[in-house]
Design a protein around this ligand. Structure first.
Ligand SMILES: Cc1cc2nc3c(=O)[nH]c(=O)nc-3n(C[C@H](O)[C@H](O)[C@H](O)COP(=O)(O)O)c2cc1C
Length: 203
């Protein structure tokens, strides 16, 4: 097993647990081994938003760890991975990572990814943001993380909610160099209609 075939996936209790479920399906499609840890609040949103029980994570993850298990492989930098995707990422989890005071396997694994200078992508989900949130996102960006709120790309002409979700998941996986088929790309899959003609300015 090489680093290129493993990705750590953290699931926290922000709205949008479906992003995690789709990311796990995508990793299966791509033959990338998923190493998953989900918070208690993530289990709550999973049940509330999808009606599924936490056991679904055991089915969809290649390796599922418990939050207190700070002895898991993903708690160590010597365990090689492509990095970590946190989908969705709550403000609480984001803030804990920014402080470096990591109290669970999820935030410890993120801290490890940062210290090893690997890719950390946070699909932060909150709205609106206050100044403290924005400062935390700035700090994490300075530390090397990528803040990627799951915002829909309307130019991809989504027809369903699934299209929107898969586009965001696909663009997050792009950041790890993973090319997932459903991802629609401007200038490749999205060609019809082309670019709108440049507007001529009225004198
Ligand atoms: C249905 C539901 C939706 C939530 N949505 C969000 C959200 O979008 N963003 C957020 O930061 N917190 C959200 N929360 C609150 C978090 O779950 C809460 O702050 C929790 O302590 C986060 O813990 P975690 O980071 O360990 O998962 C939501 C909670 C529930 C029950």
């Amino acid at each position: 097993m090489t680093d290129a075939s493993r990705l750590v996936v953290g699931i926290s209790g922000a709205s949008g647990v479906i992003y995690a479920l789709r990311a796990l399906s995508a990793l299966r499609d791509l033959g990338v081994e998923s190493h998953v840890v989900a918070s208690k609040a993530a289990e709550m949103t999973l049940s509330y938003e999808t009606g599924l029980s936490p056991s679904v994570l055991r089915e969809r993850a290649d390796h599922l760890y418990k939050m207190p298990d700070v002895g898991a492989p993903i708690a160590s930098g010597s365990f090689r991975t492509l990095g970590m995707l946190i989908a969705p990422c709550s403000v609480r989890t984001m803030s804990e990572i920014a402080t470096g005071v990591t109290s669970s396997l999820l935030t410890r694994a993120a801290d490890v990814v940062l210290k090893e200078r690997r890719r950390l992508v946070l699909m932060v989900r909150e709205t609106p943001f206050h100044l403290g949130h924005l400062r935390t996102m700035t700090q994490l960006t300075e530390m090397g993380a990528i803040i990627m709120p799951p915002l829909p790309a309307f130019y991809a002409k989504p027809e369903t909610l699934d299209d929107m979700i898969d586009q965001s998941v696909g663009r997050a996986l792009d950041l790890f160099g993973l090319d997932w088929t459903p991802t629609r790309r401007w200038g490749e899959d999205i060609t019809e209609g082309a670019r709108p003609a440049a507007r001529t300015r009225k004198p």
